[in-house]
Design a protein around this ligand. Structure first.
Ligand SMILES: NC(=O)C1=CN([C@@H]2O[C@H](COP(=O)(O)OP(=O)(O)OC[C@H]3O[C@@H](n4cnc5c(N)ncnc54)[C@H](O)[C@@H]3O)[C@@H](O)[C@H]2O)C=CC1
Ligand SMILES: O=C(O)CCC(=O)C(=O)O
Length: 411
């Protein structure tokens, strides 16, 4: 099932549980605005290359729209639409005053030089600059983009609108980025994992973890879980998949990667087949890469007891049903990976106030927001007698519906 069909299905199920008016349901599903732009840049060899960029602004009932920008060959309008919709429910679950948006460019960032990436980012910004803004739509990093990408967007946008650091979050610290934003999604994943395991009388310490993806989210989640005494026994990225029954030395693996090494060449683990990663024996599985990786084909073989959705929409609805029947507990993306957007909110607030917080304060506030959202989801699960996914969706959809009605919706 494609990402948009899957996300919309979860939304409709939540709308039915909430007894939402059918016209409001339809309206909440349709994006506020969909932008598609052509971006042509000169490559380093002097030839021209064209790319298609998207920004989908899904909903702004609760505040300016907010969401990352992805550079990946599989970026397409449906996928961006689904990710934008997920942002609307995620910001509502996290109780940050934003709506939802997402963007992307269909490209392979690894095949482009730094100067080609900079030109592409600047051309994309030129095409969308009058539709984003500090109080309208605020981009951030996602797969294939990082703080440098945000620095280029900020710089290009500021040429048109004057110095505007709050137009993007996830910036380098020297340009007004927040301390703790780089680690925030992984840290939020760790807090979410702690909260969920505690419900079952368990803790990170002493549990075994399998992680797919070792980029921003996966590498920070792995480090923080390792620091808490969790044993990361298998890990994979596009370059390879490795395992060590005794637990991978995550700081050593980070050092290896930061020195340019690939996972498969790391001496502290053995190489394994990547197709076995998601079905590897473990207590907790953390998909931290692409969407749709858990599907009807591999879900029956999943051995984890808990799945923490650090990636966006890693589990399609067919897999969700299979996993639920097997008794696997799935903590949904719109809560589990909300740490990124929560600290993006703190960054935006700091930029607007012109005042920088200490990292300790950022992490403490993030912990509070994550714990509070978890308590609200649990309360929803109890009142609706539903799964954690539906608890999170009903919480988010209800908050957006309430804001929409208060602003003047009439059926
Ligand atoms: N960066 C952020 O703050 C947030 C990211 N997310 C989500 O987390 C996920 C990961 O994002 P980032 O870590 O930022 O991206 P990233 O670009 O930093 O890292 C992506 C990782 O996934 C790996 N990967 C890609 N394709 C793979 C495959 N077929 N098999 C195994 N590994 C593969 C890459 O090698 C890399 O390690 C995405 O779903 C993103 O939407 C969600 C919330 C916030
Ligand atoms: O930090 C943000 O504003 C958005 C991060 C994001 O794209 C996501 O949560 O999926």
């Amino acid at each position: 099932m494609n990402a948009l069909a899957a996300t919309s299905r979860n939304f409709r199920q939540a709308a039915r549980l909430l007894g939402l008016d059918s016209k409001l349901e339809k309206s909440l599903l349709i994006p506020f605005r969909e932008i598609k732009v052509e971006c042509t840049i000169p490559k380093d060899d002097g030839t021209l290359a064209s790319f298609v960029g998207f920004r989908v602004q899904h909903d702004n009932a609760r505040g300016p729209m907010k969401g990352g920008i992805r550079y990946h060959p599989e970026v397409d309008p449906d996928e961006v639409n689904a990710l934008a919709q997920l942002m609307t429910w995620k910001t509502a679950v996290a109780a940050v005053p934003y709506g939802g948006a997402k963007g992307g460019i269909g490209c392979s960032p690894g095949d482009l030089s730094r100067s080609e990436l900079e030109r592409l980012t600047r051309v994309f910004t030129q095409k969308i600059h009058d539709l984003i803004g500090t109080h309208t739509d605020i981009p951030a990093p996602d797969m294939g983009t990082n703080s440098q990408t945000m620095a280029w967007i900020f710089d290009e946008y500021s040429k048109f609108h004057g110095h505007s650091p709050a137009v993007v979050t996830g910036k380098p610290i020297d340009l007004g980025g927040s301390l703790g934003r780089d680690a925030a999604t992984g840290r939020g994943v760790m807090y979410a994992t702690e909260a969920l395991l505690a419900e079952y009388g368990k803790s990170i310490s002493g549990s075994t973890f399998v992680i797919q993806g070792f980029g921003n989210v996966g590498s920070w989640a792995a480090q923080l879980i390792h620091e808490k005494g969790g044993k990361v026994i298998a890990l994979g990225d596009v370059s390879g998949t490795i395992r060590n029954k005794a637990g991978i030395d995550v700081p050593a693996l980070m050092k290896h990667r930061n020195e340019g090494g690939q996972l498969k060449d790391f001496h502290g683990a053995e190489v394994m087949d990547s197709s076995e990663l998601l079905v590897h024996e473990c207590d907790v599985l953390l998909p931290c890469a692409l969407g749709g990786v858990l599907n009807k084909d591999n879900a029956p073989d999943v051995k984890a007891k808990f799945i923490i959705e650090a990636a966006n929409h890693p589990t399609d609805p067919e897999a969700d049903e299979i996993l639920t029947k097997k008794g696997v507990v799935v903590l949904p993306d719109i809560y589990a990976n909300a740490g990124g957007v929560i600290v993006s909110y703190f960054e935006w607030v700091q930029n607007i106030q012109g005042f920088m917080w200490e990292e300790e304060k950022v992490n403490m506030e993030l912990h509070k927001y994550m714990n509070s959202a978890f308590q609200h989801i649990k309360a929803m699960c109890k009142s609706q007698d539903c799964s954690l996914r539906m608890g999170a969706f009903t919480l988010g959809v209800n908050r957006v519906a309430r804001a929409t009605i208060l602003r003047g919706w009439e059926a």
